[in-house]
Ligand binder design. Structure first.
Ligand SMILES: NC(=O)c1ccc[n+]([C@@H]2O[C@H](COP(=O)([O-])OP(=O)(O)OC[C@H]3O[C@@H](n4cnc5c(N)ncnc54)[C@H](O)[C@@H]3O)[C@@H](O)[C@H]2O)c1
Ligand SMILES: O=c1ccn([C@@H]2O[C@H](COP(=O)(O)OP(=O)(O)O[C@H]3O[C@H](CO)[C@@H](O)[C@H](O)[C@H]3O)[C@@H](O)[C@H]2O)c(=O)[nH]1
Length: 474
């Protein structure tokens, strides 16, 4: 198919490349001239695993331009993936999408054939039906559903695994103005995906509600696991991983996003909860759960801050390992690690920080406060408390002896994801989220062989973490 993509950023460029790799001809449009120039000159301006290789393999089927008219005229479908930033009320702004519709309207008006306009960006429920569809009808003088189609098809992809998630969806959400556009989209996605997704075809408004609800539901699951972790910590012999591992085996619940740890952050989950609450408000209904989910999430940082305070006074050194909102990215938007860093700095602690990718962003966000270190061993120098925050895989391979040598006198290690569980420790006092102090500090610090630990997405068993035994257990 001939396809055009308006907004070829983190999500748009990945999906354009996936379609091109499967044989479709794609035209990418972006308002950033530098971005287009970079792509035209063969560079890959987005840091996403697998993207550069994918692009290199299909550049002959990809064009890049700043000309909206050219893109619409030379394609049968246009996918729009521009930003929809949250406004001060928590609702998503339509400004970027409206600019795009305005710019593509002349070509759509002139077009003799049926063209599908598909919006991928996250929007507030009813926006497609009540704002975008009438806007395009007015600008083109055409009738939606007869002369052109409007589709809302958001993606469920996570940064760091965009290409994998795009090609292996569980569900493909297609909200459409008409049967013909829905069918076009369905066939298009069927030609590229490598999984057997459920095709959820519905009207535009239900698709908007579904996108928002899915993300909010997942955050409810994360907050449940985090609350459970906080409870388990206070019960002797309790272990959140044992409990969630059994819970996740029930197909009504499932294993993914059920690992108690640090709270959720990033550019999607926190703002989607706010938007969901505003959506309920706009509909004259009450959203009781979502505000609680956000409260439980906020509480994680406060709990962590209190744990540090129990062991070290203001003025002492605290080392933070992992600052991005999740492993594999430099993004620190709504990162709980950075929230903790700010709280500690404000309370007068000396904060030393390490992250494999996010240091530059952190230094800017904290306006130079705190000490950014390129090396994790350097970050823990003289620290009274070391907090293992974002669970980068490289942290579970750290040399603990070396880490202990560099740390201060009687250091505390707080392990949010239990990455060091079972690792023999000489100097650190060990506290892990989700396991009671007695359990984590005592003889049972070693991993029990009957537990198969899952990573927090519930995908791969993390066996190596279970393989190191406390000397007392071996
Ligand atoms: N990144 C994700 O994994 C993800 C996942 C699901 C949903 N989303 C949603 O997708 C949308 C885009 O997210 P993103 O992460 O790709 O954003 P992004 O900022 O990485 O990319 C947006 C791109 O749009 C371009 N742009 C802005 N205005 C434009 C215009 N008028 N014309 C043409 N191009 C324009 C920008 O230059 C940029 O390249 C958002 O609504 C987001 O919520 C993103
Ligand atoms: O068990 C878990 C799993 C994740 N997280 C946190 O949840 C946040 C989001 O993680 P993830 O889902 O991997 O990344 P995102 O890129 O934010 O992707 C989410 O947001 C996108 C934008 O809406 C959606 O498309 C995706 O389906 C949805 O997963 C991060 O802070 C993670 O640390 C947890 O706290 N516990």
């Amino acid at each position: 198919m001939n396809m055009s993509f308006i907004g070829i950023g983190k999500l748009g460029l990945c999906s354009a490349a996936c379609f091109a790799a499967k044989g479709h001809r794609t035209i990418g449009v972006d308002s950033s001239v530098e971005h287009i120039e970079a792509l035209r000159s063969g560079r890959c301006p987005i840091d996403e695993p697998g993207l550069a290789t994918l692009l290199d393999g299909c550049r002959t089927r990809m064009e890049f331009t700043t000309d909206y008219g050219y893109a619409v005229q030379n394609s049968d479908i246009t996918l729009i993936t521009v930003p929809t930033p949250s406004d001060s009320s928590g609702r998503f702004s339509n400004a970027y999408v409206e600019t795009v519709l305005d710019r593509m309207a002349p070509a759509l008006k002139a077009k003799k054939t049926f063209h599908v306009v598909a919006l991928v960006s996250t929007v507030m429920p009813t926006t497609c039906e009540c704002v975008f569809k009438p806007m395009l009808e007015k600008l083109t003088g055409k009738i939606c559903g007869r002369d052109f189609g409007f589709v809302y098809n958001p993606e469920f992809v996570a940064l760091g695994s965009v290409i994998h998630d795009f090609l292996h969806p569980d569900v493909l959400l297609i909200g459409a103005s008409d049967e013909r556009s829905a069918q076009t989209c369905r066939e298009l996605y069927a030609s590229v995906v490598e999984s057997h997704p459920h095709y959820a075809v519905m009207n535009l408004t239900n698709a908007e509600i579904t996108k928002l609800s899915l993300n909010c539901y997942v955050t409810m699951k994360i907050s449940f696991a985090n609350e459970l972790a906080a409870i388990c910590e206070r019960i002797p012999e309790a272990d959140v991983d044992v409990v969630t591992s059994a819970l996740g085996a029930d197909t009504r619940i499932g294993r993914r996003y059920l690992k108690g740890g640090l709270g959720f952050g990033g550019p999607c989950f926190p703002r989607d909860n706010l938007a969901f609450q505003r959506c309920a408000e706009d509909a004259g209904a009450d959203a009781h759960l979502s505000p609680r989910v956000v409260r439980v999430n906020d509480e994680v940082v406060n709990r962590l801050f209190a744990m540090v305070g129990e062991h070290a006074r203001s003025g002492s050194t605290v080392a933070l390992l992992g600052l991005s909102y999740k492993p594999g990215t430099h993004i620190i938007e709504e990162s709980q690690s950075v929230m903790l860093a700010s709280q500690l700095l404000e309370a007068g602690y000396v904060v030393r920080m390490h992250d494999p990718k996010a240091l530059k962003a952190v230094s800017e966000a904290l306006r130079g406060r705190g000490v950014c270190c390129d090396d994790p061993y350097e970050a823990v120098a003289d620290a009274c408390v070391v907090v293992m925050l974002t669970d980068w895989p490289e942290y579970s391979r750290l040399d603990m002896e070396r880490l202990e040598d560099r740390a201060g006198e009687t250091p505390l290690l707080i392990d949010c994801w239990r990455a060091f569980r079972g690792v023999p420790l000489k100097k650190f006092t060990y506290r892990a989220f989700g396991i009671s102090t007695r359990f984590s500090g005592g003889i049972e610090h070693g991993c029990r062989p009957d537990i198969l630990y899952q990573d927090r997405r519930g995908r791969t068993p993390v066996l190596e973490r279970a393989s190191v035994q406390h000397p007392a257990l071996t």
